[in-house]
Each structure stands twice: as C-alpha cells, then as structure tokens.
Design a protein around this ligand. Structure first.
Ligand SMILES: Cc1cc2nc3c(=O)[nH]c(=O)nc-3n(C[C@H](O)[C@H](O)[C@H](O)COP(=O)(O)O)c2cc1C
Length: 182
C-alpha cells in the first residue's frame, strides 16, 4: 500500500492545480481515487453518480474547448467527468432530489476525488465552467444524466500558494444567524 497524507494535512495542502507534467496517473492510484469518490455520502444512499474517465488526448482537448477554452486542462493525463443521475434522485425525492440532493451527493464525491488525488501526490482542479451540451455531445452522455464537474488530474506542474479564506468569525454564527460570537 502506497503511503499517503493524513486527512487534515491533505485538506490543508489541497490546491486547485492548473498545470501538469503529463506523466500518466498510475492505474492503481486512479482506482483508489475513484474508490474514494464512491465512499461519499448520498441522500437515501442512492449513490446517484457516474464517472467518465478520459485519457484520450483528442477528447481531452475537446473537453477543454467545452470548458470555455480552459486549455490548461488538456495537459492533465486524466480528466474525470462526474455526472449526477438526476432521474434516480427524482424518483425517490422529486424536485428536491433532482435539483439539490444529486448535486450535493456528487459534490461530495468531487471533494473526495480532490482530496484523494492530493493525498497521493497528484494535482487536480474542480472545473465547473463548461458548456453542458458540448460535454454531453463529446462524452455521449444520455438524458437524465447531468455532467456536473470535470476534474483534470496529474503530476503537478505548479505549487500554487494557498488562497486566503474568509475568516471563521465572518462565516460562523453562534446558535442563530447573526450572532457572530464564535
Ligand atoms: C463549483 C466550482 C467550480 C469551479 N470551476 C472552476 C473552473 O471552471 N475553472 C477553474 O480554473 N477553477 C474552478 N474552480 C476552482 C476554484 O477557482 C478554486 O477552488 C478557488 O479559487 C479556491 O482555490 P483553491 O481550490 O486552490 O483553494 C471551481 C471550484 C468550484 C467549487
């Protein structure tokens, strides 16, 4: 088993990485990353996610084009597209399922992918700015399945500084909204 970072250290070290060395992601690492994704919690344990793993260089370019020209993405040897199975969540939970739960469930899976990639020494980035119809076309995604995020993963070609965060005091309320005495 490959050694990896402790959880809080992983959370602290994670960055959006937008430059890659192009070395391949090991198959066993990719499997670990995807296994981490499916360990995410989901409403009603529906697990309304599917993942498309793209390694083909031409398709990576097409995905970068669909991501409104974020061509740095194509440098990554792997792009995982995370999809939400809206219909599966709607079947049990109606609009709340399709409009909220399946988005939250897949967001949790995305975060697990980012953290697992970081723990294994890879760079990654959550890409949400893309033309959904174009991603659907490129990846042949059927109706009822919504691409919600693309995640390029690879050996990091940059080590970005941490971006600052809004202070805890500004974002945590004590007991009720507006009581900021945390
Ligand atoms: C929903 C979502 C969509 C995002 N979409 C993009 C994107 O399309 N392109 C990009 O370069 N970064 C994207 N990001 C990454 C953010 O820009 C980044 O997380 C933020 O600037 C904080 O930096 P950090 O991730 O290094 O902490 C996205 C992040 C989230 C959560």
């Amino acid at each position: 088993m490959v050694r990896c970072l402790e959880l809080f250290e992983t959370i602290r070290r994670r960055r959006s990485v937008r430059a890659f060395k192009g070395e391949p992601v090991k198959k066993e690492d990719l499997t670990r990353i995807l296994n981490a994704a499916i360990m995410a919690p989901s409403a009603g344990d529906i697990q309304p996610w599917e993942f498309i793993v793209t390694t083909d260089a031409e398709v990576r370019r097409d995905l970068a084009t669909a991501a409104l020209g974020q061509y740095w993405m194509e440098e990554a040897p792997v792009i995982i597209t995370v999809c939400a199975k809206e219909e599966a969540s709607a079947l049990r939970y109606g609009e709340r399922g399709s409009g909220l739960y399946c988005i939250q469930d897949t967001a949790a899976a995305v975060q697990n992918i980012l953290l697992a990639s970081t723990a294994l020494g890879y760079g990654s980035c959550w890409v949400g700015a893309f033309d959904e119809d174009e991603v659907r076309r490129v990846l042949k995604i059927p109706n009822g399945i919504r691409p919600v995020a693309m995640i390029p993963i690879g050996a990091p070609g940059e080590r970005p500084e941490a971006r600052s965060r809004r202070d805890l005091k500004r974002v945590v309320h004590s007991e009720v909204y507006g009581e900021q005495r945390f």
